[in-house]
Design a protein around this ligand. Sequence first.
Ligand code: DHB
Ligand code: FE
Length: 284
Amino acid sequence: MARITASVYTSHVPAIGAAMDLKKTEEPYWQKVFAGYEFSRQWMRDNKPDVVFLVFNDHATAFSLEMIPTFAIGTAAHYKVADEGWGPRPVPDVQGDPDFAAHIAHSVIQQDFDLTIVNKMDVDHGLTVPLSLLCGDAQEWPFKVVPFAVNVVQYPVPSGMRCFRLGQAIRKAVESYDEDLNVQIWGTGGMSHQLQGPRAGLINREWDNAFLDRLIADPEGLAAVPHMEYVQEAGSEGIELVMWLIARGAMADVDGGPKPTLRHRFYHVPASNTAVGHMILENR
Ligand code: DHB
Ligand code: FE
């Protein structure tokens, strides 16, 4: 059967992708960011999954304000890299896994979560920057990806608790797939940042680090945090962090299994206007 072997969490700041594309990673400002991913890139090579179930948010790229799915699962065979205004990033297209994605859609919908099925979608920095951070410069991405888009852009957004429960449903769905697949689930976006209005530039180190502590040790308690606390404490775009709870909800301990092993934890300010957080949890 398919198994979730690990969950990976990371911010997706677009300027990080630009720093890689423009070969600025050795500059002192960016070196401090990429240093936090050196361990992870080696870990990815040593623990290569077959498929990454990649929870991300689209930034009005694939979905305009004309159509706003709360949860959308990509069931396509491949996804093109979006043009976000400066031309598409020079990174490979993303290969999907239609059979696996269709199975997950079927199982999760039958567990009473309404998913939008997406057979064609371009993917923006929300998905490509995490791939770049974890895989480095690549000719092709070393695994298939099931993109799973969450609306955290246009209110109302899903609660942390709904995201956490959805993660549990995704775990059941993965474990009911017959093929032997090594699956990782990634939660992306965050950490604290606000890009707009009088509080633009807001960063909250203390809140971010408490979020990481609780994500490890008390995910269900963390899931009960209401969306307004994210906005007040972590800025308007800090709400992206609810996506991390989907990945965390899919870990074994939430389903009565052993606690995960913390493989790596990193926090850094600043990257552009944003705090960068990153963590790897392995199932035992
Ligand atoms: C920026 C955009 C994002 O989507 C994000 O998550 C963080 C930062 C930005 O434009 O700087
Ligand atoms: Fe974002």
